[in-house]
Design a protein around this ligand. Structure first.
Ligand code: SAM
Length: 222
């Protein structure tokens, strides 16, 4: 994915140039994804988002993380690298073909033991995780129509103070266009749902395609 399109290109490039860049392994994965997947490779998160995900996982002290939408593995590597050595990432996807690439890169990155792939519809995978508030961090980046369900199922399992990061919440800047079709109306409803939710504190960041950070409040409304 490219840098934020709704920010002046020179400013977006400047911001990216002043962010810790991907290492050789992530750069190789991005290149292989472009070669194997062509146009689909734009589903991969932007490099600066990867850096931000690692940082968020590190500063939140997360031990158990969940990812909804793994693709070829870029974001999962960024999340898993932020976890402690005994931390765990449950990675959810429906595509064996795409996650085969992710598996190869988890092994190369020495993260094979830290990432657990669960193939199947993410709603089912999330519902199979016991609802006892032990997830520390989650990243939602799959089919946009599923976001409300993923959000609710993750929030049920998130510990108070835990964090959810949600991707694509600005839809390339089309989110404010009332005539826009595709995923835009669905995403607008989702953004409204989060903004109204008094169980959480949230901020929609204009990073890449829009990244919403959601913290589960410790008790009651903020
Ligand atoms: C935008 S891509 C994820 C990109 C990934 N986060 C990265 O950094 O490369 C969306 C992924 O969601 C997966 N997906 C779509 N529908 C799904 C579902 N119902 N359950 C689980 N995964 C799903 C797709 O197979 C695809 O790999």
């Amino acid at each position: 994915m490219k840098a934020a399109e709704f920010i002046a290109p020179a400013v977006a490039e400047y911001a990216a140039a002043h962010t810790t860049p991907p290492d050789a392994l992530l750069a190789e994965l991005a290149e292989e994804t472009r070669r194997l997947m062509g146009d689909r490779s734009t589903m991969q998160i932007a490099p600066e988002q990867g850096t931000l995900l690692t940082l968020l996982v590190q500063i939140s002290g997360a031990r158990l993380a969940v990812e909804v939408g793994t693709f070829t593995g870029y974001s999962s590597i960024c999340i898993a690298r932020g976890l402690p050595a005994d931390g765990r990432l449950i990675a959810c996807d429906v595509s064996e073909e795409w996650t085969d690439v992710a598996r190869r890169y988890w092994a190369k990155a020495g993260l094979g033991d830290r990432v657990e792939l669960r193939l199947g519809p993410a709603a089912d995978t999330l519902r199979a995780i016991p609802p006892d508030e032990h997830v520390d961090f989650a990243f939602i980046d799959a089919d946009k129509a599923g976001y409300p369900v993923y959000y609710e199922e993750v929030l049920t399992r998130l510990r108070p103070g835990g964090l959810i990061a949600v991707d694509n919440t600005l839809q390339h800047g089309a989110i404010t266009d009332p005539a826009a079709g595709g995923n835009v109306p669905v995403m607008r409803e989702f953004n409204d749902l989060v903004a109204r939710d008094d169980r959480v504190t949230s901020v929609l960041l204009p990073v890449a395609d829009g990244l919403t950070l959601v913290r589960k409040n410790a008790t009651g409304p903020r």
